[in-house]
Design a protein around this ligand. Structure first.
Ligand SMILES: [Zn+2]
Length: 203
């Protein structure tokens, strides 16, 4: 009896592990290759997940104060019902930019998604649905870092600036009077505890 129960358990387990093997065959986790063949990946409906160092993106690095971080990358490949092969991507990272108002570091959290239709020429752009950005393939091999870099470059603000309340330059440039008034107010507040103490002593 005991042996039988064990055997059943083993069968259940091997069934689960088969499912798991199928899942992992689609998902290539944490092993982002340098180059991919996106058309082939789309035909076999693959998922890809991993990290890329910012230091591998020289065009993006020109706009960065610090290139030590990493980007979390998720890429999914498939073909839609009208036969268009696509890449769906999700990128997240924090970019270190230079605020053009106070010239100090500005951290920009990036969390972006995109859907690229793989086409052979510009003439095909017209037949794409609105959900797609076109990706014209000149080669069957595509650099993953370049693909990710292109998408991150699109998320960069034209002129990076801190939010007004976070910028080091705003209080000086905009309204010096208000700034002084605020300082006065603060020193007033600092006096208040002593005044209150004096009041207590009098009682
Ligand atoms: Zn600033």
């Amino acid at each position: 009896m005991k042996k039988c129960a064990n055997r059943l358990h083993f069968e259940d387990f091997s069934f689960d592990s088969q499912q798991l093997a199928l899942y992992y065959a689609r998902l290539m986790k944490d092993r982002l290759p340098e180059h991919i063949e996106p058309l082939r990946l789309a035909r076999s409906q693959r998922l890809m997940q991993g990290r890329l160092p910012l230091s591998r993106m020289p065009r993006l690095a020109e706009s960065l104060e610090d290139t030590t971080g990493e980007i979390n990358v998720e890429l999914e490949f498939d073909v839609d019902s009208s036969g268009i092969p696509w890449i769906k991507g999700h990128l997240s990272c924090t970019l270190s930019l230079c605020c053009q108002r106070c010239m100090q570091e500005m951290l920009l959290p990036v969390d972006t998604t995109f859907k690229l239709a793989m086409i052979e020429s510009e003439a095909e752009i017209e037949r794409l649905g609105e959900e797609y950005e076109p990706l014209i393939l000149d080669d069957s091999l595509v650099s993953v870092a370049e693909l990710v870099e292109d998408e991150l470059l699109l998320t960069l603000p034209i002129v990076p600036k801190h939010e007004t309340q976070e910028c080091h330059a705003v209080s000086i440039d905009n309204d010096p009077v208000e700034d002084i008034a605020e300082t006065d107010n603060k020193s007033e507040q600092k006096k208040n505890p002593f005044a209150a103490l004096a009041d207590l002593k009098r009682k």
